[in-house]
Design a protein around this ligand. Sequence first.
Ligand SMILES: *[C@@H]1O[C@H](CO)[C@@H](O)[C@H](O)[C@H]1NC(C)=O
Ligand SMILES: *[C@@H]1O[C@H](CO)[C@@H](O)[C@H](O)[C@H]1NC(C)=O
Ligand SMILES: *[C@@H]1O[C@H](CO)[C@@H](O)[C@H](O)[C@H]1NC(C)=O
Ligand SMILES: *[C@@H]1O[C@H](CO)[C@@H](O)[C@H](O)[C@H]1NC(C)=O
Ligand SMILES: *[C@@H]1O[C@H](CO)[C@@H](O)[C@H](O)[C@H]1NC(C)=O
Ligand SMILES: *[C@@H]1O[C@H](CO)[C@@H](O)[C@H](O)[C@H]1NC(C)=O
Ligand SMILES: *[C@@H]1O[C@H](CO)[C@@H](O)[C@H](O)[C@H]1NC(C)=O
Ligand SMILES: *[C@@H]1O[C@H](CO)[C@@H](O)[C@H](O)[C@H]1NC(C)=O
Ligand SMILES: *[C@@H]1O[C@H](CO)[C@@H](O)[C@H](O)[C@H]1NC(C)=O
Length: 669
Amino acid sequence: MFCRHTLISLGILQLSSNWIAPALAQQTFFPSAVPLAVRTPTFNCWLDTRNETSPMETWPRFWNDQHILGWTGYIKVDGMTYHWLGQPIPGNGSIWLATAVTPTRTILTVQAGPMRLNVTFLSPIEPGDWARQSFPFSYVYLDGETTDGKPHSIQLYSDISGEWVTNDTGTGIQWSKSQTGNAVFHQVESTTPTSTFKDIAEDATVYYAISSAQPNLVSVVGTDRALRPAFTAAGAGLKLPPDSAVNVGTVSGSDGYPVLAHALNLGTTDTITTVAWAVGVVRDPILKFAGVPRRAYYFSQHGTVGDAIDAFMADFPAARERAIALDQKILQDAAAVSPEYADLVSLATRQAMAGMEITLSTLPDGSFNMSDVKAFMKDVGNSQRVNPTEAIYAALPASMYLDANITGALLEPLLEYQSSSSYGNSYAAPDLGTPFPSVPGNPDNNTVYGVENSGSMLILVLAHAKSSGDGSLIGKYYDLLKQWGDYLTSNALIPGQQNPADARDTGLAQNHGNITNLALKGLIAIQAMAEISQIMGQTADAQKYQTSAKTRMESWVHLTSASGQLHWTYGDSTFGLMYNFLADKLLKLNVVPASIYTAESTTLSNNPAQQDFGIALSSDNSLNTRSDWTLFSAAAATDKQTRDLLISGVHKYASSNLTSGTFPTLYNV
Ligand SMILES: *[C@@H]1O[C@H](CO)[C@@H](O)[C@H](O)[C@H]1NC(C)=O
Ligand SMILES: *[C@@H]1O[C@H](CO)[C@@H](O)[C@H](O)[C@H]1NC(C)=O
Ligand SMILES: *[C@@H]1O[C@H](CO)[C@@H](O)[C@H](O)[C@H]1NC(C)=O
Ligand SMILES: *[C@@H]1O[C@H](CO)[C@@H](O)[C@H](O)[C@H]1NC(C)=O
Ligand SMILES: *[C@@H]1O[C@H](CO)[C@@H](O)[C@H](O)[C@H]1NC(C)=O
Ligand SMILES: *[C@@H]1O[C@H](CO)[C@@H](O)[C@H](O)[C@H]1NC(C)=O
Ligand SMILES: *[C@@H]1O[C@H](CO)[C@@H](O)[C@H](O)[C@H]1NC(C)=O
Ligand SMILES: *[C@@H]1O[C@H](CO)[C@@H](O)[C@H](O)[C@H]1NC(C)=O
Ligand SMILES: *[C@@H]1O[C@H](CO)[C@@H](O)[C@H](O)[C@H]1NC(C)=O
C-alpha cells in the first residue's frame, strides 16, 4: 500500500499549533538541466533548470533540448490545483524550492499550497543485474507533508503524451490499456514505426504504469483539453471523463494531444507516502548485429513487457532501497575525493549507464543464447556512431567501479567484427559504424586514428580482464590483439600526423603533429599487451612487448619534457592535458616514471590556459576542453591541489545554469 490516510485526532490537532515547517537543505549545485528519466540512448528525459526559468513552468525535454516530452503532474489540494511537472493548462505551478541530484535520483522539493512535496525521479542503476539494468523504465514518486499542520483533501494526477514516440507531432499513434496483478498500464506507439531515426526513437512503444494496489485509482486516455480541465475543475474529489472511445489519433490533433493518465484520490490526509508511477520506452529488437536480431537482456526473464512491468511495480520498494544504498556508497566514495567531485558523479553516472543497451541474440526458435551477451553504445550527443572506442574508454572508470563485465560486453562485438573477413586493417577500428541502431561495421582504412583506437582497445581489453577476472576475450582474440600490439610498436612513438579521436569534434581540431598524449596511450597499450601475453602464458611475446614499451618510453620522456615541463607536441612549447596517464594508473602498469607525473603537476599548476571553466584540452585549440578528459587528468594527478583545480573547472561549468543543455563532454572554457 502506498498511501497512508491519517485520522484526525485531537492529539494531532493540538500538535499542529506548535507546527514547524520542515527545514530545507541548502542547495549548492545548480546544473542547467537535471535528469528525470535517463536509462538508454532513446529514453533520455531531462528538465531545464536554467537560472530565471522556473522548473515548475517547464516541459520535460529529450536530451537534445529540441523536443518536448509531454509529461504532466498535478496535485489538487482542497479543490485548488498546482502542477509539479510540466507546463499544463490549466493549473498554477507549485513553488519550486530546491533541486537535489544523486547518482540515481533527482528530487524536486516544491510547495503546493499547504503541502510540501518531494517529487523524486528515480532512474535505477543495477550493477551486475543485467535483466534489471536493461529494462528501460524509470519511476517518479511523490512524498508530501502538510506545512500548516492541518490535513487536506488531496487528489493526484499524472499523464504522458504521444510526443514520447516520435519527433513529429503529425505522426499517427495508437494506444491501449492493460492490467496485471500488480500494475495498470497504458501503452502508445506510432502507427508507422521505423528504425531509421536520429535521436527520438520512431519505433518505440512508450508505457505509463502505476501500482494497481491503489484505492480510488482512475486510469483513462483522453485529450489534454478534456482530461486536464476535468481534473482541475473547482471542488474536491476526482472527476475524469470516461476512457476515450477511439484508440488511434495523431500526436497533436484538432482536439488536442491524446494523453494517457493515472489519477487517484487520497481523501483527507496530512501526508502523502510514496505514490509511484513508472514510465518506459521500449524498442524491440534493439538492433541487428551480423544479421541476427538482438533483444534487450530482460526478455530472457520476462516473456512480455507486461510481465516485466508487473515485476517492476512490485519491486518498487526494494528498487528504491537498492538505489538509496547505491547512492550512499557512490557518494561516500566520491566525497572522499571532494564535495565537488560528488556533485559531478551525481550528475554523470546515469548518463554513462544510459549510453548503452545490453542485448542477447535470439535463436531461430525464438529462445535466447545466454552465452552471447553484447552491449551496444550510441555516441549520444556527438554522432550516432555505435560502440565508439574512445567513448568506451571514457566510460571505463564508471564501468570498472559499477560493473566491470559491462566493458567486456561492449568490447565483444568490436572484437568479433574486427576478426571477421569484413575487416582488413592492421590497426583497430574507431567504432562499429553509423548510424545507431544500424550496425554496419567500419572497415575504413584511413590510418589517422590507428594509434588512438589500437591503444584504447588494448587498454580496455586488459582493464576488463583485470577488473572482472574474466580472461575469455583475451583467449579468444589473442592474435588480433597481438596485431595491434605490433602496429603500436611500429607507430606509437612517432605518431606523426595521426590524431586522437577528439579531433573529430570541430572544436578540438589539432594543428600540430606528434601529439605526446597520443603517443603515451600507444606506449601504455604496448605494456598492456605485454601483460595480456603474460596472462596467455606467452612469455616470449610478453618479453618482446615489455622491452618495446620500456625503450620507447625512455625516448618519449626525452622527446616530451624540457625544463621539467611536459609538452603537448614534441619539440615545442605547447601544453595540454595528458589524460592518458590514467590508463597507467588504472592498470597499475607503472610504465610512466614518477618524475613525469611530478612534471605534469608542475605544468598544470602553472598553466597559463586556466580559464573560468577549467583548462583547455591543449594550447593547439585553447577555447575548448573535454569534461571526461579533464577528470581523467584529475584522477591521475599525484597531488591534491592539481586534482582539485581540475575538478573545480568542470564543476563550475556543470553548476553554471546560464546556458541550456545537459552535462556535456565538450565545452568552451
Ligand atoms: C541557478 O543558479 C543560481 C546560483 O548560481 C541559483 O541561485 C538559482 O536558483 C539556479 N536556478 C535554478 C532553476 O536552479
Ligand atoms: C540568477 O538569477 C537571479 C535573479 O535574477 C540573479 O540575482 C542571479 O545573479 C542569477 N545568477 C546567475 C549565476 O546569474
Ligand atoms: C490558479 O490560481 C488562481 C488564483 O489563485 C485561481 O483563481 C485558479 O482557480 C487556480 N487554478 C486552478 C486550476 O486551481
Ligand atoms: C523530503 O526530503 C527531505 C530531504 O531529504 C526530507 O527531509 C523530508 O522529510 C522529505 N519529505 C517527505 C514528506 O518525505
Ligand atoms: C525534431 O523536431 C524539432 C522541432 O520540430 C526539429 O528542430 C528537429 O530538427 C527534429 N529532429 C529530427 C531528427 O528530425
Ligand atoms: C551462442 O553464442 C556463443 C557465443 O557467441 C556461440 O559460440 C554459440 O555458437 C551460440 N550458440 C548457438 C546455438 O548459436
Ligand atoms: C563477470 O563475468 C564472469 C564470467 O562470466 C563471472 O565469472 C563474474 O562473476 C562476473 N563478475 C561480476 C562482478 O558480475
Ligand atoms: C583503402 O581502401 C580503398 C577502398 O577500398 C582502396 O582503394 C585503398 O587502396 C586502400 N588504401 C590503403 C592504404 O590500404
Ligand atoms: C614527428 O617527429 C619526428 C621525429 O622527431 C619527425 O621526423 C617528424 O617530422 C615529426 N612529424 C610531425 C608531423 O611533426
